[in-house]
Design a protein around this ligand. Sequence first.
Ligand code: NAI
Length: 477
Amino acid sequence: MSFDYKVADLSLHEAGRHQIRLAEHEMPGLMSLREEFGAAQPLKGARVAGSLHMTVQTAVLIETLTALGAEVRWASCNIYSTQDEAAAAVVVGKGTPEDPQGVPVFAWKGETLEEYWECTEQILTWPGGEGANMILDDGGDATMLVHKGRAWELAGAVPATDEEDSEEVGVFKELVRKTLKADPTKWTKVAEQIKGVTEETTTGVLRLYELAASGDLLFPAINVNDSVTKSKFDNKYGVRHSVIDGLNRATDVLIGGKVAVVAGFGDVGKGCAAALAGQGARVIVTEIDPICALQAAMEGYQVARLEDVLDIADIFVTTTGNFNIITAEHMVKMKNKAIVSNIGHFDNEIDMAGLARVPGVTKTQIKPQVHEWTFDNGNSIIVLSEGRLMNLGNATGHPSFVMSNSFANQTIAQIELFTKNDEYDKQVYVLPKHLDEKVARLHLDALGAKLTELTKAQAEYIGVDVAGPYKSEHYRY
Ligand code: NAI
């Protein structure tokens, strides 16, 4: 078998395979879906274009999708998040580096922006003319490429790149221009074949609801993020683990006793604040939403405005999914050697372009993905992963067990959209509650958790079925 792929180094495959084997043990949700659906092959005929951090855990997801019959092409959804050994192991599969038998992956740690978008194009461009017919997205970049590509194709031109455009937008427009030059109807053809997308994260989901509201969504979408077993676990407990991992691997600074500012107290912010407090930091939260601000206060955190705490904080973590949270003006006023990091999906939470424009500022690489920016007054700040998500840029993202929850939802969502496609409109859906409960159930045994069973009378008393679902749709966990 020969296929195209682009990864850092196939000789890393053995190291990747060992890690994948251990991850499988920690991913009971995915492994039991392989057992349940392996024989039926519900994803036979699915050609999945995956754009999601190419980590060890994602390797287990990819190999679950192929075990269920899918063909897959994969790219990472961030330039720094690939674990090169995992990418190598997925490509090699059951073969050897000389004769790879696995899955085409286009991802390596430290891609340029140009390479990033070329890789995203690669997952949507299948050899032999047949395109992808499903997207599995994280942050919505693959979905955006199809939508913007088609819209600009129909408009007859890609809008000119102007001064307002960030470097990222400029690179993206150039990629679309190049693809349309090579094939003027490329994106219409790609879009026509796609049956649906399953989206992993808060930021990608936001983009999907916007497309649906304006009537521009080209295919049905399942919002995986808002399965309870995703956002209330991965975003919160996953981050609770990986934010510390990112800080430690990047700086190894003692967190206890320090002042840490967490911008945003949604699911990710709650996980960050808990982790930093657990290390003994004094946590300050910034919020715009009075409900989340009150929650933070009830947890015992100080709630303050960023402007008022710039000179006392040692560590900053942005978790808002919003932009311009930490500006250049803020960074100039920070304490000497303050650590500045973002764990939200995109890098625009911290104004890196503005930082580079501060008069007299210099940038020193301490090690990959860790940079010291020195101002002309002699003070410096340490910025992680160039403002991109630090838990994947400086560490290896969330641990397997929590990702098993997220990815079990992804797998079920792919099966749902692919096998029951005509039941879905061009809207955004969440998985039904009984499937959410199923994902949780799949993870209890491994933790030795014993679930109490309702009696029939108790079930009637609270108005549910003995077998679930156990909560109404409006229940907030
Ligand atoms: P969320 O919507 O639950 O929380 C975001 C919070 O930020 C909200 O409470 C909102 O009120 C607040 N916020 C918005 N603008 C703000 C501002 N200017 N100042 C202070 N607070 C502000 O979203 P969630 O699920 O916590 O996700 C946050 C981001 O993290 C998203 O971009 C998401 O895609 C990403 N994410 C990253 C993960 C990772 O592993 N790095 C894992 C899961 C999500």
